[in-house]
Design a protein around this ligand. Structure first.
Ligand code: ADP
Ligand code: MG
Length: 138
């Protein structure tokens, strides 16, 4: 499994930019790791690299954001899925997921059955600014 240590936010944004170069339509990327470990920072760098100019933040309450872009980007954060709704209530059928790329923070609550991952990126807080980042290609 490939891994590296990001020593500041900029490095995580650049890593996301590199990852964005190799995306394939329909791809699903899981972003795992504790709060503050860089999952949303990664999503921000990834979306920017794909040309999305809007605001990217964790869809903690809405559970899913659709960033209209070419390709479309779907950003999920399922941290609250158990208390708010089950993944079956997300209405995923109505999103053109296969045309875009989907990023999922906190992939839990049954999402593995609906949208299995093509890549898993794991973030770990090592210190205030250091993050261990592991990349698993499924
Ligand atoms: P998560 O979505 O995993 O909860 P965020 O990306 O929202 O995490 O927050 C990460 C926080 O950590 C941000 O405040 C960011 O500035 C800070 N940070 C410090 N060092 C890094 C790093 N090397 N990579 C990513 N974020 C970092
Ligand atoms: Mg987040």
């Amino acid at each position: 499994m490939a891994h590296f240590i990001s020593t500041n936010e900029e490095e995580t944004l650049n890593f996301a930019k590199e990852m964005a170069k190799s995306i394939v339509a329909g791809e699903v990327i899981y972003l795992e790791g504790d709060l503050g470990s860089g999952k949303t920072t990664f999503a921000r760098g990834f979306c920017k690299a794909l040309g999305f100019k809007g605001f990217v933040h964790s869809p903690s309450y809405s559970l899913i954001h659709h960033y209209e872009n070419a390709p479309d980007i779907f950003h999920l954060d399922l941290y609250r899925v158990n208390e708010k709704a089950g993944v079956e209530d997300l209405g995923l059928d109505y999103y053109p997921l296969s045309k875009g790329v989907t990023l999922i923070e906190w992939p839990q609550g049954g999402i593995q059955n609906l949208l299995p991952p093509n890549k898993i990126i794991r973030f770990e807080n090592l210190s205030e600014d250091e993050r261990l980042i592991e990349i698993e290609l499924i």
